[in-house]
Design a protein. Structure first.
Length: 219
């Protein structure tokens, strides 16, 4: 499974990139706005921090403008994946950009039929929002299982399932068990994955025992 980080904070991205755990980045207009920085400047910097795909989202809702925005975003760096909403205009834009060799991330997916359409339009990634489905009383991970199964039934569908709106480590484990291709994770949740009280307890015991020896590994 690939790990993308869902943020526009370049310092956080740089820190996580140094761990070797980062396979890509996703952004959206809300995350860019929180940074308080120039949109294009942020995207270019993020693209320089990772070799993986960096999702940069269009702001238009009509096809013609969306397509032009997508072309401009794709020109910012070779690893930009243009992000479009799951609307008819978005799917049409996805089809045209994909045919031109640009990776497209179709976002705001909330149903299996939508995921089928995105794959047929040539999307490189489909982004189902599990947390937002949980918020309205549905089980978001059920959608991931459905999409993974559907795509497996049709090997010619090369769209990767990118689990989005992740709220906790359990979402990530469930996604891995289901065979999802990618999880895009808030930095705070990604850091939670490394933590376990028994790890902390065991390390403290090892260090205490080592201290008693009076030895050093490095002079």
């Amino acid at each position: 499974m690939k790990f993308f980080v869902d943020t526009a904070d370049t310092e956080e991205i740089r820190e996580l990139s140094d761990t070797g755990l980062l396979d890509g980045v996703t952004t959206n207009p809300s995350l860019i706005a929180k940074s308080g920085r120039d949109f294009f400047e942020v995207i270019k910097e993020i693209c320089s921090l990772t070799d993986g795909p960096v999702s940069a989202e269009v702001a238009a809702t009509d096809y013609e403008t969306m397509l032009e925005e997508g072309k401009r975003l794709a020109g910012l760096a070779e690893n930009v994946a243009v992000k479009v909403p799951l609307t008819m205009a978005g799917l049409k834009t996805c089809s045209q950009l994909s045919k031109a060799g640009t990776q497209v991330n179709v976002t705001l997916c909330f149903s299996a039929p939508q995921a089928i359409l995105a794959a047929k339009a040539g999307a490189a990634f489909i982004s189902p929002f599990v947390g937002r489905l949980d918020d309205i009383g549905q089980v978001g991970m059920d959608l991931i299982g459905d999409i993974v199964q559907i795509y497996e039934n049709y090997p010619k569908m090369e769209t990767e399932v990118l689990v989005a709106s992740i709220r906790n480590p359990t979402h990530i484990v469930d996604a891995a068990l289901m065979g999802a291709d990618v999880c895009t994770i808030p930095p705070s949740v990604l850091k939670q994955l490394v933590s376990h009280p028994l790890t902390d307890k065991g390390l403290a015991a090892f260090l205490a025992d080592w201290e008693k020896t009076g030895q050093k590994i490095l002079d």
